[in-house]
Design a protein around this ligand. Structure first.
Ligand code: GLA
Length: 717
């Protein structure tokens, strides 16, 4: 639906019939945030904007109503500038001349068609009829313009926002902060859910009460990072998985981000989301523009499961590329956990033969195939094939002869210092040559803010794989950025230009290898974000493959991202193969171990899972609807289910982390058709029974036991 503007009330309305987003342009020309939530019949903006009653005797006459109910630290706004009277964390700070004073006022609006920026990933358009509201603002004095973009999806509770600054001052200005979105709402004791983590321990669900002061969720890793995912949720206190209002926030960005949540002394809750302003000082010459990444705001009136489902649909339809998504139904076997860098041509061919037996469809040779790369201290950055170690062409041909696709691992952004690349171009790495540079996993980071640096790497990779038929690439990045110093770019621009360089590189890589399935990875799940998913439909979720820990990681990830994006393998880690397969099934599903050590029984078990994968995985996991039932973060169990579109099939997992001797336990299912009859292991249940009474799990259980149940609608005779 087209955004509307009512010139009597001065209110912009974006509505899709289910949710409304309302902006009021006040008499000063300041865009005031009125509302984002369930569609309303009307909105009483004059009541909503009444300010606290200042009846203290000396101020009685000095009533704030005189300026259209506008008082800087209280009034909910759409953007706010630094160094103004709005004392909440600002959305914008720009240095121009000798100051950073700014006051943006409304000068007009347009409804525009979706512009697809080439530089930065964005929500894709499904139909050209989608349109965007652009509010045009200008500083009251300087020729600095600010455009605020709003796009509400027609069929989904998703609002996409971004901001753009245009410099027409005739001189260079410097952006120190520019949020993608700011939103102010009344503080009503809301709770925050966010996802912190570390290597092999990603996306732990943290729920906390919001309170007075500033809470900042951020990354300064130069990547979205392990420590905090850009996705977070703000919910009403009473909201649960299946009840109540909640809002999701995410950014289509893979670099440093800052999500600020501030409750001030006037009970106003401000949320800013965007590029992290730390170490950000971006020059804009006359007539140049700066566009932020897109912020994704989602809303649900019926709980967190619905919010996640909205996010899942959004990612599938508007973030993933159609071509990549179509390539996803293949079981990947990866050599890393089995072989590490210790392999040769024969051992890898043996791996491939065994991988075929358990049903692999793409065989991936991970780290260690190039240069002098036999451990993680050598060879990274020189991308010639190590002919002394492996005959890559022969491996590729054998793998193809076995009827599998062939994949390869690369880590283009880093360099070991013993390489020809580093010796010839020490300035290609971030950091100053006359200072000690700090290593992460024994490597330095290449300056991908420079085109010639990433083009050199791209050309080398292309040249060395010229004669190898590649069907899959795993793109890795195994450290945080440090020593932020570029020999070419201004230092305050490096973090952001680096991310743009990575995007550019990935785009070129996909053009150079157009038939590949593309997977991302960053020391496991250190770059699990919408920017990466724009290029690769799946991301290695974690180097932790112990299924008992993986359950937490995958459960946490599911709040913001669809299961089809969560790359997960049955590995050699601790736990039974059955549990490992059950957990990996609720992700992409693949294999990663020394397949030569598998017993005949294990091969048969995994081959059975392979068949099951082909029968149901796509329909349930990639295309189905996901429901969380029991949280490992809040109970001693994990349980969830996927239901297909027609509600005729469902796949349910239950895992008990503890030995359970004599407790009654019934688990109510979600998302079924109450009128259908379902069969589970030969027993019949109605959908209404399963959703209102639940499955009985009261029997004795050992610790770390699980069951995977397949539900199928009983067809009438
Ligand atoms: C990272 C990845 C692993 C593997 C290694 C190779 O740790 O997460 O899956 O590819 O690098 O060095």
């Amino acid at each position: 639906m087209k955004p509307s503007f009512d010139s009597h009330t001065n209110i912009f309305k974006l509505s899709n019939g289910k949710v409304d987003y309302l902006i009021y342009i006040n008499k000063l020309g300041i865009p005031v945030h009125l509302y984002f939530g369930k569609s309303l019949k009307d909105f009483n903006s004059s009541d909503f904007l009444k300010q606290p009653d200042y009846n203290y005797q000396f101020y009685k006459d000095n009533h704030f109503e005189t300026i259209d109910h506008y008082y800087e630290t209280i009034t909910p706004v759409e953007i706010s500038t630094n160094n103004s009277n709005d004392l909440r964390p600002s959305s914008i700070s720009i240095e121009h001349g000798d100051n950073n004073l700014l006051d943006f006022r409304f000068i007009g609006f347009e409804t525009v068609d979706i512009e697809q920026s080439e530089e930065i990933p964005h929500a894709r358009a499904l139909s050209p009829s989608d349109c965007i509201l652009k509010l045009k603002l200008k500083d009251i004095q300087e020729e600095i313009y600010l455009d605020l973009y709003y796009r509400l999806l027609n069929d989904s509770n998703v609002l996409i926002r971004k901001s753009e600054v245009i410099n027409k001052t005739g001189k260079t200005i410097y952006i120190d902060k520019l949020a993608s979105a700011t939103i102010d709402v009344p503080f009503q004791q809301q709770e925050l859910i966010h996802f912190e983590g570390s290597w092999a321990n990603e996306r732990n669900y943290i729920k906390e009460s919001l309170n007075y002061g500033l809470k900042m969720l951020y990354s300064l890793e130069g990547r979205s990072g392990h420590s905090e995912n850009p996705f977070f949720i703000v919910k009403n206190k009473e909201t649960t998985e299946n009840f109540g209002a909640c809002y999701g926030f995410n950014l289509i960005y893979s670099g440093n981000f800052a999500n600020e949540l501030n409750v001030n002394n006037y009970n106003s809750l401000r949320i800013n989301t965007g590029i992290n302003p730390t170490n950000f000082h971006y020059s804009l010459k006359d007539e140049e523009r700066f566009l932020t990444p897109e912020a994704i705001l989602t809303y649900s009136s019926s709980g967190l499961n619905e919010l996640s489902q909205t996010n899942h649909r959004f990612v599938r339809e508007h973030i993933l590329s159609k071509e990549q998504r179509e390539k996803q139904n293949k079981i990947v076997f990866n050599s890393w956990e089995g072989a590490g860098m210790n392999f040769n041509t024969d051992s890898i061919i043996d791996y491939a033969k065994k991988a075929k037996e358990i049903g692999a469809e793409i065989f991936v040779l991970d780290d260690g195939w190039f240069s002098t790369r036999n451990d993680d201290q050598h060879g990274l950055g020189d991308w010639y094939i190590n002919e002394n170690k492996i005959n890559l062409k022969k491996v590729e041909e054998e793998v193809h002869k076995l009827g599998m696709g062939f994949g390869i691992w690369i880590e283009p952004e880093c360099v070991n210092i013993d390489t020809k690349l580093f010796k010839e171009h020490p300035d290609y790495a971030l950091g100053k040559r006359d200072r000690v540079r700090k290593f992460g996993r024994n490597q330095l980071v290449l300056d991908f803010s420079r085109k010639e640096v990433f083009e050199t790497i791209l050309n080398e990779i292309k040249a060395s794989l010229k004669n190898i038929k590649i069907d899959y690439i795993k793109y890795d990045m195994n450290r945080t950025l440090g020593d932020i110093y570029s020999y070419q770019n201004p230092q305050g621009e490096v973090f952001h230009k680096y991310v743009l360089g990575v995007y550019h590189f990935m785009d070129c890589l996909l053009k150079a290898f157009p038939t590949i399935l593309f997977e991302n990875c960053s020391s496991g799940g250190g770059r699990f974000d919408l920017g990466m998913l724009y290029f690769s439909p799946q991301i290695w979720a974690s180097d932790e493959t112990n299924p008992m820990r993986r359950l937490f990681i995958q459960y946490g990830t599911s709040y913001g991202y669809p299961l089809s994006c969560i790359s997960s393998h049955v590995s050699k880690a601790y736990g039974s193969y059955q549990t490992k397969a059950n957990v990996a099934f609720f992700g992409t599903y693949g294999y990663e171990m020394d397949p030569r050590t598998l017993s005949q029984e294990e091969i048969q078990l995994l081959a059975k899972y392979t068949n099951f994968y082909h029968a149901v995985h796509h329909e349930m996991i990639n295309e189905g609807t996901f429901y969380r039932l029991l949280s490992p973060f809040e109970t001693k169990f994990a349980s969830f289910l996927c239901v297909n579109k027609e509600k005729t099939k469902a796949l349910f997992l239950y895992h008990s982390f503890f030995k359970q001797v004599n407790a009654c336990q019934y688990i109510k299912l979600e998302g079924l058709n109450p009128d259908f009859e379902y069969e589970i292991n030969g027993e019949k249940f109605s959908g209404s029974y399963l959703m209102n009474v639940g499955l009985n799990f009261s029997q004795f259980k050992e610790a770390d036991t699980d069951s995977l149940l397949f539900l199928k609608k009983v067809e009438e005779e």
